[in-house]
Design a protein around this ligand. Sequence first.
Ligand code: ZN
Length: 293
Amino acid sequence: MDEVLIEARLNEYTPREPNPNVPFSPEEIAEAAAACRDAGASVAHFHARDSETGAASTDPAVYCEIGRALRASSDIVMMPTLGATVSSVIEERFAHIHAMAASPATRAELVPLDLASANISFYDSEKRSFDREDSLYENTVATLRALSEGVRAVGVRPIGVAYSVPSLRFVEPLLDTGVLEEPLYLQLLLTGEGVLSGHPVTPRGLAALLDFIPAGVDLEWNVLAYGANLLELADLVLERGGHFALGLGDYPYLELGTPTNANIVEKLVAMARAHGREPATPALVRDRFGLMG
Ligand code: ZN
């Protein structure tokens, strides 16, 4: 795809300090998604939050509220998290996706499937300590299959998120065994300082992943930089034909002032145009990945 697919990562579980523009409520999330769409994003990724405190919400009803508000204000492709809970009961991990699928007014279209298990421990190099030492994010192959089948049963397409070269080695086996499908929306995770589960947000960190993207698989790849400024790698990604997943959920982007999510998308679109690449529309993304819309 010559056009640039831009996924706006609106909020994750990021606090409003230092950037107060992180959306929490369904209305704020929908408004941010519509503004990102106007700026050139084609996919919106979001997490449900408590409207006042920003605390993580696992409530399927809140996901439905976000879906309804978002769909009413924009045609952007909807990608909620699959990590609303990390419950060991698989059905609970996609309960919000099933609730959203009950109506075309709220239905999700894509969900991220993390193709790795990882130690989720932030390392503070000044204090020389981890924030916690006992946190494992577990995704066995059986879990990936159950999540994939669970969301595909209601017409939602899983994307693959690669944490490292080994994740990429899993891609073809997971396609061969029906856990993933072509054409594949493949996300390459890079992580900033202290977040050790991904490759570093550097040209070398990215190049190592690009070297191991399986040839011969029909896919589009994008890059996510959790905890760092992805714009610093944007020229390289644009040259290599890649796409982007970025927003205030990952990083406050204070290099741009105190931007909104849409301001970050605007900046990226300007860079893409300098490379002769136009932003992809939601319709183009739906066509590429066979989404129902
Ligand atoms: Zn997320």
